[in-house]
Ligand binder design. Structure first.
Ligand code: GAR
Length: 193
């Protein structure tokens, strides 16, 4: 199963996916493109490093969403790759109907909390500030309900008394780096079964 990765930032999860793929640990899943809404995002340089096509796609004038026209640009770019799965790995924009209706149950998102708790931005900081003792990360299908689509899998992370926001971030990212490749591998296996 071919998949594309969309991200806006440092791309540590994209990097882990690409490393696991190179190591032969993604089974039937094959990354075919990386797209970003930020022209300078590190995630784009991973494409060169791992031999996967990568490019910036102009998101339009808004900060937190695309426009119907720029959603259509993303849809066209993704369709041209023949991908059957779209992995949002730190793609910090809310998707609307032009995008969502084009790929029903084919878009998954990684979120740094145990949903349905701490939706939206800064999931790690929200959980830390609230004082919960258990948080984690979630991979879920993307629907029009923000961070509310069906959950595929989760990993719990304990917040110890001596954790700082920084140490918690490290623990969550480590959990994400295990969870996301495992989910992608499993979805590809299920699709090809
Ligand atoms: C990850 O922690 C991911 O869970 C989060 O962005 C980070 C991307 O890191 N996503 C969200 O908060 C989505 N609401 P990365 O660029 O190093 O993979």
């Amino acid at each position: 199963m071919r998949f594309v990765i969309l991200g806006s930032g440092r791309g540590s999860n994209a990097e882990t996916l690409l490393r696991e793929w190179k190591a032969g640990n993604l089974g039937q899943a094959e990354p075919v493109a990386i797209f970003s809404d930020k022209p300078e995002a590190r995630i784009l340089s991973l494409g060169h490093e791992f031999g996967v096509a990568s490019r910036f796609i102009d998101p339009g004038p808004y900060k937190t969403k695309l426009t119907p026209a720029t959603e259509a640009d993303y849809v066209e770019a993704i369709r041209s790759t023949g991908a059957g799965l779209i992995v949002l790995a730190g793609f910090m924009r809310v998707l609307k109907s032009t995008f969502l209706d084009s790929f029903p149950r084919q878009i998954i998102n990684l979120h740094p909390s145990l949903l349905p708790s701490f939706k939206g931005l800064n999931g790690i900081g929200q959980a830390f500030d609230y004082g919960v003792r258990i948080t984690g990360c979630t991979v879920h299908y993307v629907t029009g309900d923000l961070d509310g689509g069906p959950i595929i899998d989760q990993t719990a992370v304990r917040i110890e008394k001596d954790d700082t926001l920084e140490s918690l971030e490290e623990k969550i990212h480590a959990a994400e780096h295990k969870l996301l490749p495992e989910v992608v591998r499993r979805l590809a296996e299920e699709t090809s079964a």
